[in-house]
Design a protein around this ligand. Structure first.
Ligand SMILES: Nc1nc2c(ncn2[C@@H]2O[C@H](COP(=O)(O)OP(=O)(O)OP(=O)(O)O)[C@@H](O)[C@H]2O)c(=O)[nH]1
Ligand SMILES: [Mg+2]
Length: 356
């Protein structure tokens, strides 16, 4: 790491023996003033090329899954806040879409999230992938950072899967290209050096009162989270252009009380209704969602053979949503063609509107 730590050396003792102290007149004891603990608050923008691990890092720093993750580029489309409050401060991490050259209106909007995050943050964390070669995309990112006035930390991510001797040359290259405040090799997935990162970030933030209450951890709605969970499951099964042309829109969420009426033969209540009596009610959540694709052949792929793909997506998404709400969930998924939705302001407004 290029960071150098300075340790204070104790002041040299004088060779002369100290003169005996004269007795002093008694003074009134000064009032003890307890220094107010310093509280640091601010926004930290997580930026970088697609797939460098920004969302993985957000989840690791917050200790829970807030953002979806996939091995496909451009997974994150809308910025998400992860708010971490401790007795030392409140760090508001902003997970952003990956920096790329935008071709569609969707991508221009994604890049606008990055630009506004760079304008409003107190510290920027630029994530780079230690397993990837430096290229034009990285030059483009540094060009954008050239316009930023705030301190920039370079986080060399995924060091858990590279040889140790590959990290130093990466540091050397980046050091010559940009005046980074800190350079830290990390692994978002394995939690390597994240405590060091957090300490340095808190130190770099301004002294300020908290912005969000201590209980808030994110700015995303339940509706947006459900849409993202469904999209994450789709991303894990599709390839080629499919990840880019798929969007999820939650049509409706209904919370209901359902009676426990399915009486199994042995007379005991079903396991998910444990502790309940027949006739009692349990909460259930009904989610109706549309999966948008651009063409009919996309629709066929997402549905899969005899509906197998969308069924599997449904099973996995339902399970995760049920874990989140803590009770039974019914999920209805429909795959619909919305030609050119990536350039339709109306559809994009609809999808983005789910976040609030
Ligand atoms: N081995 C390893 N893999 C990682 C690490 N961090 C992230 N990944 C993987 O890298 C892939 C991309 O991770 P994401 O967190 O979705 O990346 P992102 O930067 O948010 O991507 P976009 O949203 O597309 O910009 C996933 O397969 C992660 O599991 C890491 O520290 N080590
Ligand atoms: Mg992401």
């Amino acid at each position: 790491m290029p960071r150098t730590t300075t340790t204070k050396t104790p002041a040299k003792k004088s060779a002369k023996p100290a003169a005996p102290k004269k007795p002093r007149a008694k003074k009134a004891a000064p009032k003890k003033t307890v220094p107010k603990p310093v509280f640091k608050t601010g926004y930290v923008a997580l930026i970088g090329r697609p797939n460098t691990g920004k969302s993985t890092l957000l989840n690791a720093l917050l200790g829970q899954k807030l953002a979806i993750v996939s091995d496909k580029p451009q997974t994150t489309r809308i910025s998400i806040l992860g708010i971490k409050t401790t007795d030392k401060g409140q760090t508001i991490f902003v997970d952003n879409p990956g920096i790329h050259k935008p071709l569609h209106t969707l991508n221009k909007r994604m890049m606008n999230f990055v630009y506004s995050s760079l304008e409003t943050c107190d510290v920027v964390c630029l994530l780079v992938d230690a397993t990837e070669k430096f290229g034009h995309g990285d030059e483009y990112v540094l060009e954008i950072l050239g316009r930023v006035k705030t301190p920039v930390f370079l986080l060399i991510n995924k060091v858990d899967i590279v040889r140790k001797d590959t990290v130093l040359p990466i540091i050397g290259r980046y050091k010559d290209l940009f005046p980074f405040r800190e350079i830290i090799p990390i692994s978002a997935l394995k939690g390597i050096n994240l405590d060091i990162l957090e300490g340095l970030l808190t130190a770099a933030l301004p002294e300020a009162e908290k912005i969000y209450s201590g209980e808030e951890i994110s700015d995303q709605s339940e509706r947006f989270l459900f849409a993202e969970i469904i999209r994450e499951k789709i991303l894990s099964y599709v390839t080629q252009e499919l990840p880019f042309v798929t969007a999820v829109y939650i049509e409706a969420i209904e919370k209901k009380a359902q009676a426990v009426r399915d009486c199994p033969r042995n007379g005991s209540v079903p396991p998910e209704d444990g502790g309940m009596k027949f006739g009692e009610t349990r909460p259930v959540t009904l989610v109706r969602a549309s999966i948008f694709v651009e063409k009919d052949n996309h629709r066929k792929i997402v549905i899969g053979r005899h509906g197998s793909l969308v069924k599997q997506v449904g099973i996995e998404a339902r399970q995760e949503i049920a874990e989140y709400v803590g009770h039974k969930v019914y999920l209805d998924l429909q795959v619909r063609v919305r030609e050119g939705w990536r350039d339709s302001e109306d559809v994009l407004d609809l999808i983005e509107g789910q976040k609030v």
